[in-house]
Design a protein around this ligand. Structure first.
Ligand code: IVH
Length: 668
């Protein structure tokens, strides 16, 4: 066969295989037998082996998984992949609806209900209709490039059924319940550790450095969100779902348009536990989204989640057990939390022996007493809760619980600020419980990531008086550590090295590590990006803080309070003296020539692929966006540039070629 003939046949085979993949994996209606399908695939493989120049990245043969990789490449998502706020009951749905109506000024708003698939989020990029990149959610801004792994997911289209210049979609990769059970059974036989649930199994399977392992697992996909599209327009979420389906994506068949919140609530009541259990995959709730997409930008988002959607979580499994005792835990911010110690009981796949009681009002409202028989509920990853007391089971032996007036750990007075439900220990940094929780948080993986500094070691350090605050960690000596239980020469050296290494964590980690109330990872990131140094953040006024889109008055107030506290300032001073990095600019910015610069790529570059150019820019601290605006710093133009080139000229944005880009990168 000559090359031309082979090319024709290869194209024909790919078209056929794609079509049958679609019928089999997306529509679940195969049109040919497995043998016939295998024959097509074999013929294609043989032709591609004979004519390697015909292999393309979107060929169905590329699903098998390539060679294992060293590690995953980090990719920046086009837009932050936000999470969802939860509603646990109808009242919280009505609250959500009220906010939506207040912001939009509309008397009622139409919603779409979709199932909430319990899997892991992926973001998929298609250029000119071809799947070019897939990434995990990661921290929402940066994810891992798992393109070869995703190609093994058979229902993921490698090529769209319609031509589109650009598409960026969000979906959920999941593992069906039976496949999960089968996988765990195999693992048990092989003596391998079991996956806790289908979601963990899906995540563990997708994040494999060897895509061949991913290919051997039964992973499926549902898409549900168009994040960016070029060459077509959708006006509602309902249209978006239908359009995704037309493009060949698997989309969950259930989608319900409700004219208002009353209709949403009525529909949700139809979702019985039996109906849910009948699905072949896990659904942990329903997602309710504002249907009219033009309202989404008006509603906007907080740092964590959009205001145009909410996740309604199904109530969890319920069991009865007994409250053996009620204890009080003192948290990082001094809040006293009552906790019920329960007779251990299995619920939703795990053993539960504690339940949070939130605060004293909650205990009073539910009238929970020590010795009571109670109904406990657990939903997903949520901490177990006591739903109800079986009062008819009382014997008269039950004891009422009273919150202590003094901190059970340090003995300082406990106060309940007016308007708050929580009691707080006034011991502050003198309270070992607070200090302990603070240090554990400071050293945790998402904060300063000091490996080897767990709760047990922190407790010992405090007990021996070796540390009084987080800054003291940086002044520890080997002799100190050798005094601790289970510490020898090598382990002491390791811990000191880990502490030393933590001095250079990015600013956002340090801000998060400080444990300022309401400053989670996401807010810490926003603050680091904006202020670039701890000193600048310290000086920021309430007004300056609230002028930042993601920062509301509650967060701003808390930040001001933190920096107004002299004891905190002392700790910061000690951290600085120890050499903990407190700014982003320093040597880092110098090493990153494109920090803060935004690029747009258009046309074909002479030597770099789009992917390579993007990676170089991102690695140098720059960003690559899709469309040209006044915020664009440079437009990199190759052969056959698109309308972006025109736009750049109109806006007077500097236009450079590959050579120019390389010069900026310091490569030539
Ligand atoms: S929409 C910005 N729709 O649930 C809004 N999410 O708890 C994006 N999920 O991280 C989310 N099914 O991974 C949306 N039909 C659905 C979903 C869904 C599952 C996941 C998603 C998200 C998590 C939030």
């Amino acid at each position: 066969m000559d090359l031309e003939k082979a090319r024709k046949r290869v194209e024909e085979l790919r078209r056929l295989i794609r079509e049958h993949d679609y019928y089999y994996y997306v529509l679940d209606q195969p049109k040919i037998s497995d043998q016939e399908y295998d024959a097509l695939m074999r013929e294609l493989l043989e032709l591609e082996q004979a004519f390697p120049e015909l292999v393309t990245p979107d060929s169905p043969t590329q699903r098998v998984g390539g060679a294992p990789r060293e590690g995953f490449v980090t990719v920046r998502h086009l837009e932050a992949l936000l999470s969802l706020n939860d509603a646990f009951n109808e009242r919280e749905l009505w609250d959500f609806d009220r906010r939506v109506r207040e912001i939009t000024g509309l008397p009622s708003v139409e919603y779409v209900i979709e199932p909430k698939i319990d899997g892991l989020t992926v973001a998929l990029t298609y250029r000119e209709g071809i799947f070019v990149q897939g990434a995990t959610r990661g921290d929402g801004e940066l994810g891992e490039d798992v393109t070869p792994n995703l190609k093994t997911v058979k229902s993921l289209p490698l090529r769209l059924r319609k031509d589109l210049p650009f598409l960026y979609v969000r979906g959920e990769v999941y593992m069906p319940k039976v496949s999960f059970a089968r996988l765990n059974a195999e693992r048990e036989k092989a003596g391998e550790p079991l996956f806790a649930n289908p979601r963990n199994a899906a995540a563990g399977s997708l994040r494999q450095l060897d895509p061949k392992i991913t290919a051997s697992r039964d992973l499926r996909l549902f898409t549900y969100q168009i994040i960016r599209i070029e060459g077509a327009e959708v006006k509602t979420q309902r249209e978006a779902l239908d359009f995704l389906e037309e493009l060949g994506f698997p989309v969950n068949p259930y989608r319900f348009v409700a004219p208002d919140m009353a209709a949403v609530v009525a529909e949700i009541r139809n979702w019985t536990p039996e109906r849910r259990a009948a699905f072949p995959y896990e659904i942990d709730g329903l997602v309710i989204k504002v249907n009219d997409l033009s309202l989404h930008p008006i509603l906007g988002a907080t740092a964590r989640a959009p205001r145009w959607a909410i996740a309604y979580k199904f109530p969890g499994e319920q069991v009865t057990t007994r409250v053996e005792d009620i204890i009080v835990r003192v948290g990082r911010t001094g809040v006293l939390t009552p906790i019920a110690i329960l007779t251990p009981v299995r619920v939703s796949g795990s053993t539960v022996s504690r339940a949070t009681l939130h605060n004293e009002d909650y205990i009073r409202e539910k009238d929970i007493r020590i010795g009571d028989v109670v109904i406990v509920q657990k939903a997903g990853d949520v901490i177990p809760e006591i739903v109800e007391v079986l009062k008819e089971e009382r014997t008269g032996e039950e004891r009422e619980f009273r919150m202590p007036d003094r901190c059970p750990v340090c003995g300082a007075a406990v106060v309940r600020p007016p308007g708050e439900a929580a009691r707080r220990c006034t011991g502050g940094l003198a309270c070992p419980a607070q200090v302990q929780e603070r240090i554990i948080h400071f050293a945790s993986r998402k904060a300063m990531d000091i490996r080897g500094l767990g709760a047990a070691t922190v407790a010992q350090l405090l007990e021996k008086g070796l540390v009084k605050d987080v800054a003291d960690l940086y002044y520890l000596k080997k002799e100190n550590l050798l005094k601790l239980e289970r510490f020898a020469e090598q382990s002491a050296r390791n811990l000191l090295e880990a502490i030393e290494a933590s001095k250079n964590r990015p600013l956002e980690r340090l801000i998060y590590a400080l444990g300022i109330r309401y400053v989670g990872e996401q807010v810490a990131r926003v603050l680091a990006q904006r202020f670039r140094s701890l000193d600048a953040l310290k000086e920021a006024s309430f007004e300056e803080l609230t002028s930042i889109p993601d920062i509301g008055p509650r967060i701003a107030e808390s930040i001001r309070e933190f920096f107004n506290e002299p004891r905190n300032l002392m700790v910061l001073e000690k951290l600085k003296r120890a050499g903990v990095k407190m700014e982003e600019r320093g040597e880092e910015a110098e090493a990153k020539p494109l920090a803060g610069k935004t690029f747009v790529l258009t046309g074909t570059l002479p030597t770099l692929t789009r992917q390579e150019a993007t990676e170089l820019i991102v690695r140098a601290g720059g960003r690559v966006t899709e469309s040209v605006s006044r915020k664009t710093d440079y437009v990199v133009v190759g052969e056959n540039p698109g309308s972006k080139y025109q736009k750049a000229r109109e806006l007077g944005i500097p236009i450079i070629d590959e050579e120019g880009l390389k010069r900026l990168l310091g490569l030539v």
